[in-house]
Ligand binder design. Structure first.
Ligand SMILES: NC(=O)c1ccc[n+]([C@@H]2O[C@H](COP(=O)([O-])OP(=O)(O)OC[C@H]3O[C@@H](n4cnc5c(N)ncnc54)[C@H](O)[C@@H]3O)[C@@H](O)[C@H]2O)c1
Length: 381
C-alpha cells in the first residue's frame, strides 16, 4: 500500500480535456514514482448521468455527481479540475477556492475579463495551490526553447512570431452553441480564436520572451449568422473567426501573431519563431519533438539550421520516458504539467506555473487584442 500523500481530484467536464486530464493523472504514479503526492480519481461531475457514469467507469473515477456544486461541498475532494466551457471556469473556480480546494483550471480563465479578475482575486485570497493548463510549455521541445532563451544564446531578441491555424469552421452549415459547438457561441466561449488559440500563443510568448506592452489587432467574423443549437434560430455570430495582431514586447522586440479557423488544410498548426542577435529558434506542433536552431556564430562552412530531435535523456522531461530517439505526443504535455503541479506541492504548496496570476496576464493581452480590433486603435495591455 502506497504511503504517498493523496490529492483527491474532482473533475468537471468529460470532453476532450476531461479525457486528457484523466489520462494525465493515471500516468503520474508510474512515470513520476518519486513524487510525494499522488492523484486519486475521486469524482467526475457531468450533467448527463449515463455519460458521466460511463466516463467514471472508463477512467476509474470512484464516484459521479450530476452537479459540480455537490462535488465542491464534499469533504473527500482536495482539488477541483475544471474542463468545462469557458463561461463556467470562474464560477467553479471561485466556489472551489472559497471551499479551500486546490484549483486546476483549463484556459482561458474566463469568457470575460471582469470574471477572470474575480477568479484571480478569489484564488489569491484563498491562497490555494493553483495552475492553469497552458500545456504547450511542457512539450519537451518548447521547454528546451525556454532553456535556450534563458541561457542568453540568442542574444538580444528582435522578433517573436506565432501562428495557430485551423480549418474546421469554414462550413456555413456548422451550427453554434450547445454541447458540440459552444466554441462558436460568444456567450459560452467569450471570444473565438483569440481566447481559444491565440491565448496559447500568448502564454508561450510571455513565458519565452517576457511581457507584452501594447497591441494593434484586426479580427474577422467570416460567417455572420449560424443556427443556434439551443434556440433553434439563426442568430448572429459573436465570435472572431480570425485574429491577427502585432505588438511591442517589454524587452524591445516586436511580435506578430495570427490565429484562424479558416486556413484550409491546417488542423492545428501552432508554430513560433524567435529571432535574436546571434541565433534563432523555431518550433512546429505538427513536428513537436523537434526544435530548430540556427546560430550565426557556428563555423561558416557548417553554419545552417539544425533540427534537434528532443528525445535524449538530458533534454527536458525525457529522462522519464523510454529510450533516446523515441517520440512523445500531445498528451505527454498534460502528464508533465500534472507532475509539475504535484512536485510544486512538495515545496510547501509552491504554485505551478502558469499560475492564475500568469494566466491573467495572458487574459489581459487577449482582452486588449479584442478591444484594439473593435476600436481600430492601439491598446496598452
Ligand atoms: N489546454 C489545451 O490545450 C486545451 C485544448 C482544448 C480545450 N481547452 C479548454 O478546455 C475547456 C474544455 O474544452 P474541451 O475541448 O474539453 O470541450 P468539450 O466540448 O470537449 O468538453 C466540455 C465538457 O464540459 C461539459 N459541461 C458543460 N457544461 C457542464 C456543466 N454544467 N457541468 C459539468 N460539465 C459540463 C460538457 O458536457 C463536456 O463534457 C475549454 O475551456 C477549452 O478552452 C484547452
Amino acid at each position: 500500500m502506497s504511503d504517498k500523500k493523496k490529492v483527491r481530484i474532482g473533475l468537471v467536464g468529460r470532453g476532450l480535456m476531461g479525457r486528457m486530464h484523466a489520462n494525465a493523472y493515471t500516468h503520474i504514479s508510474t512515470i513520476f514514482p518519486d513524487l510525494e503526492y499522488q492523484p486519486v480519481l475521486q469524482a467526475i461531475a457531468s450533467r448527463n448521468e449515463e455519460k458521466g457514469k460511463e466516463f467514471a467507469d472508463t477512467w476509474g473515477f470512484q464516484s459521479y455527481e450530476n452537479d459540480w456544486r455537490k462535488m465542491i461541498e464534499r469533504d473527500d475532494i482536495d482539488a477541483i479540475d475544471i474542463c468545462a466551457p469557458n463561461n463556467m471556469h470562474a464560477e467553479i473556480a471561485i466556489a472551489a477556492a472559497k471551499a479551500g480546494k486546490m484549483v486546476l483550471s483549463e484556459k482561458p480563465l474566463s469568457h470575460e475579463i471582469g470574471q477572470a479578475k474575480e477568479m484571480l482575486d478569489a484564488i489569491t485570497e484563498a491562497g490555494v495551490p493553483n495552475t492553469v493548463w497552458y500545456n504547450y510549455r511542457r512539450m519537451p521541445a518548447v521547454t528546451l526553447a525556454k532553456n535556450i532563451v534563458d541561457s542568453g544564446r540568442l542574444g538580444q531578441i528582435f522578433h517573436y512570431r506565432a501562428n495557430f491555424l485551423q480549418d474546421w469552421t469554414i462550413s456555413p452549415d456548422l451550427p453554434q452553441g450547445g454541447e458540440a459547438a459552444w466554441r462558436l457561441d460568444v456567450d459560452a466561449a467569450g471570444s473565438g480564436v483569440t481566447g481559444d488559440l491565440l491565448a496559447h500563443c500568448i502564454d508561450t510568448a510571455i513565458w519565452l520572451n517576457g511581457g507584452i506592452e501594447d497591441v494593434s489587432a484586426v479580427t474577422k467574423t467570416f460567417i455572420k449568422e449560424r443556427l443556434h443549437q439551443e434556440t433553434g434560430k439563426v442568430q448572429p455570430v459573436g465570435i472572431d473567426d480570425a485574429s491577427i495582431f502585432h505588438c511591442h514586447f517589454k524587452n524591445g522586440s516586436l511580435g506578430l501573431f495570427e490565429a484562424t479557423r479558416y486556413a484550409r488544410g491546417h488542423k492545428a498548426l501552432y508554430t513560433f519563431e524567435i529571432n535574436g542577435e546571434h541565433a534563432s529558434i523555431r518550433w512546429d506542433l505538427h513536428d513537436m519533438n523537434w526544435l530548430e536552431y540556427f546560430d550565426h556564430r557556428d563555423d561558416a562552412e557548417v553554419r545552417g539550421w539544425r533540427k534537434i530531435h528532443v528525445s535524449d535523456g538530458d533534454q527536458p522531461y525525457m529522462d522519464r520516458w523510454w529510450i533516446p530517439g523515441t517520440s512523445l505526443g500531445y498528451e505527454h504535455s498534460f502528464i508533465h504539467q500534472a507532475a509539475d503541479f504535484f512536485k510544486g506541492l512538495e515545496n510547501g504548496g509552491k504554485r505551478c506555473a502558469p499560475t492564475i496570476e500568469d494566466a491573467y496576464e495572458t487574459e489581459k493581452v487577449c482582452h486588449a487584442v479584442l478591444e484594439s480590433a473593435k476600436s481600430r486603435s492601439w491598446k496598452t495591455v
